[in-house]
Design a protein around this ligand. Structure first.
Ligand code: SF4
Ligand code: MG
Length: 327
């Protein structure tokens, strides 16, 4: 039941405006150890905020985040420290999150230094070992991030996230901005590392193709709410929410089956989260909207095993069979 809201006017955010942005409302999902959950949605859907809230970098307004049986939201920052070590984030643009004047070695060792883990020697050894595992030379230790390509910097960022031997990684758009072959190599590397180290991933992306490659389950967010959650194969082959069906349109044909219902991609920008549309927030862009959609917000409900949808007219009926009719 996680909620995150920001008061307008706080922290320089739209100082002139009044009111509250409900960045996330009623978020519920789980992630098993060693598995991947995908968070997908357009920019402004709240997926990065959710990633940060899971890591306790953003405080929830209500609800809680549990890690391995512990309610993180009940902990003081000092008590959070052992958990910080177990959960790391890989950011969207690794170059923006790297200090260009630090060597690659310093960048990778920084989490260990911040958490006062290991000796100078053991930190260097771990960083060099991780660099090699990422397919980079040990000589990179003394070089600068500016000397590396986007794909190599993403490997450096992953090495940095792994130094503290975390159990959970939040990957925020880890392959965005890379060319297709580099994207595939990073996805394969992430998959291998997950198997080797038993890692759990929260994989945030606007690219359903990349997410469906790694994730067992996918959460679809629209304006800060879950509109659909389902096992990946189910979501890709029998989407229940019209928004999910519109995201499938961008999938390569080998991922999406020919007979899968899909709708044209949503037109225009998503509405502002400051004044979200009434009822179902997707009604302003939904090709199937009926009058009830603007009046009543549909609750998230189960339609098939593991598949939940928030829509008055889902594309699958309650036993999970497709009920799609082309408009
Ligand atoms: Fe479209 Fe209505 Fe379903 Fe919302 S509730 S997705 S507007 S059909
Ligand atoms: Mg983002």
């Amino acid at each position: 039941n996680l909620d995150v809201s920001f008061k307008l006017g706080e922290g320089g955010l739209l100082r002139q405006s009044q009111g509250t942005i409900h960045a996330l409302s009623d978020i519920n999902f789980g992630l098993e150890k060693g598995q991947t959950v995908g968070l997908i949605g357009e920019s402004g859907s709240g997926k990065s905020t959710l990633g940060r809230a899971i890591l306790h970098l953003v405080r929830p307004t209500a609800g809680s985040v549990h890690f391995d049986g512990t309610d993180l939201t009940s902990l003081a920052e000092r008590q959070m420290r052992p958990f910080r070590q177990q959960m790391q984030m890989v950011f969207q643009d690794p170059f923006d999150s790297m200090n260009a004047r630090m060597t690659v070695g310093q960048i990778i060792m920084e989490p260990l230094l911040l958490q006062r883990l290991g000796t100078t020697r053991s930190r260097r050894e771990r960083a060099a070992m991780l660099l090699e595992r990422m397919g980079l030379d040990r000589l990179a230790m003394n070089r600068y991030p500016g000397q590396y390509s986007g794909g190599q910097r993403q490997r450096i960022a992953i090495a940095r996230a792994l130094t503290t031997q975390p159990q959970l990684l939040v990957l925020d758009e880890p392959t965005s901005g890379l060319d297709v072959s580099m994207q595939a190599r990073i996805l394969n590397l992430l998959q291998d590392l997950q198997r080797e180290m038993g890692l759990s991933y929260v994989f945030i992306s606007h690219d359903l193709g990349a997410v469906s490659y790694l994730a067992q389950n996918i959460v679809v967010l629209y304006l800060g709410r879950i509109v659909e959650i389902a096992p990946t194969a189910r979501l890709v082959n029998s989407p229940a929410h019209p928004y999910t069906a519109s995201l499938l349109d961008a999938l390569p044909p080998m991922v999406r089956q020919a007979e899968t219902p899909h709708l044209p991609p949503p037109t225009g920008e998503p509405p502002s989260p400051v004044n979200p549309p009434s009822g179902c927030a997707f009604h302003t862009r939904c090709p199937q909207a009926e009058p009830i959609c603007a009046a009543e917000r549909p609750a998230l409900r189960a339609v098939a095993d593991g598949q939940q949808v928030a829509c008055h007219f889902p594309l699958v009926s309650v036993n999970g069979t497709p009920s799609y009719a082309a408009p």
